[in-house]
Design a protein around this ligand. Structure first.
Ligand code: ADP
Ligand code: MG
Length: 225
C-alpha cells in the first residue's frame, strides 16, 4: 500500500497532518506560557532561573511552529491563482504591528493585476519569514519596502530593508538549517522559504551590505502573460 502512494500524495498527507498538529499545539503552549509567567512573579531567584529556561524553550517551540506553519489550517492543500496584492494585504496586516514594535514601517507597492499560481498558505509563509527577518534587522528609521512587477512571463517581488545588512559569510549560509545569528532564532525560517519558492519553480536571491540593508528578490512564474 505504501508503495502505491505517490510522493506528492505523501507530502500532502504529511503537510495536512502537520497543519492539524500545529493548530492544536499552539494554544496549550500559550496557556503554559501564561502560567509560567504567573509563577515567575512569585518565584525566588533560584527558581526563576529554571522558569526562565522553561520560557526560552517554550518560545523556541512556538518559533518553530511560526516558521513552518503560521497559516497552517487543516484542509488547505490546493493550488489556485493568487492575486499578489491580496496576499500581501494579509501579510501586511499581520506584520505591520511587529514592524511598529521595532520602530519601523512597511510600505507595499503592488499592481492589482499581478498573479502567480500556488498555495496561499505556503506563499504567505515564504514571505512572512523573509519580512520577519527584515523587521528583526531594523535599526533607526526602519523601512521595509515591498515592490512587485512582471517581466517576460515572470513576476519579481522585492523585499528591501534598511536594516543591519549581512556580510558575505552570512549571505553564503542563508537557508542552511539551524543557521541563526539570533539569541531566539530557530534558523529554520529561510530554509522553509527556499523550499517553498523552489517548489513553485521560483528563485530567490539576496543582495546585502553590512550597515546599509538587504534586497531580497523573488521571481515566480506569472499566472497570466
Ligand atoms: P532566524 O531568523 O531564526 O535566525 P532565518 O533562517 O530566518 O533564521 O535567518 C538566518 C539568518 O540570516 C538570521 O539569523 C540573520 O543573521 C540573517 N538574515 C536573514 N535575513 C536578514 C536581513 N533581512 N537582514 C539581516 N540579516 C538577515
Ligand atoms: Mg527568521
Amino acid at each position: 500500500f505504501n508503495n502505491e502512494l505517490q510522493r506528492s500524495e505523501k507530502m500532502e498527507i504529511i503537510s495536512e497532518l502537520a497543519a492539524s498538529v500545529a493548530h492544536e499545539v499552539r494554544n496549550p503552549l500559550q496557556v503554559t506560557r501564561g502560567f509560567l509567567q504567573l509563577l515567575m512573579g512569585k518565584a525566588k531567584a533560584a527558581e526563576r532561573e529554571y522558569l526562565d529556561l522553561a520560557l526560552v524553550e517554550l518560545d523556541r517551540a512556538s518559533g518553530i511552529i511560526t516558521d513552518f506553519l503560521t497559516f497552517a489550517k487543516p484542509e488547505f492543500g490546493k493550488d489556485t491563482v493568487l492575486q499578489i496584492s491580496d496576499e500581501f494585504k494579509h501579510i501586511e496586516g499581520i506584520l505591520a504591528p511587529l514592524a511598529h514594535l521595532h520602530g519601523g514601517k512597511i510600505t507595499v507597492d503592488i499592481p492589482e493585476d499581478l498573479a502567480v499560481r500556488g498555495n496561499s498558505s505556503k506563499f504567505k509563509q515564504a514571505f512572512i519569514n523573509i519580512i520577519k527577518n527584515s523587521i528583526e534587522a531594523l535599526q533607526e528609521e526602519g523601512v521595509i519596502q515591498i515592490r512587485c512587477y512582471q517581466k517576460q512571463g515572470r513576476v519579481y517581488i522585492h523585499v528591501v530593508d534598511n536594516g543591519e545588512g549581512m556580510g558575505e559569510d552570512v549571505l553564503a549560509r542563508l537557508g542552511e538549517p539551524y543557521f541563526s545569528n539570533k539569541t531566539k532564532g530557530t534558523g529554520l525560517g529561510l530554509m522553509v522559504t527556499f523550499r517553498i519558492i523552489e517548489a513553485m519553480d521560483g528563485s530567490i536571491q539576496f543582495t546585502s551590505k553590512k550597515g546599509v540593508g538587504t534586497d531580497a528578490v523573488i521571481t515566480l512564474p506569472a499566472a497570466y502573460e
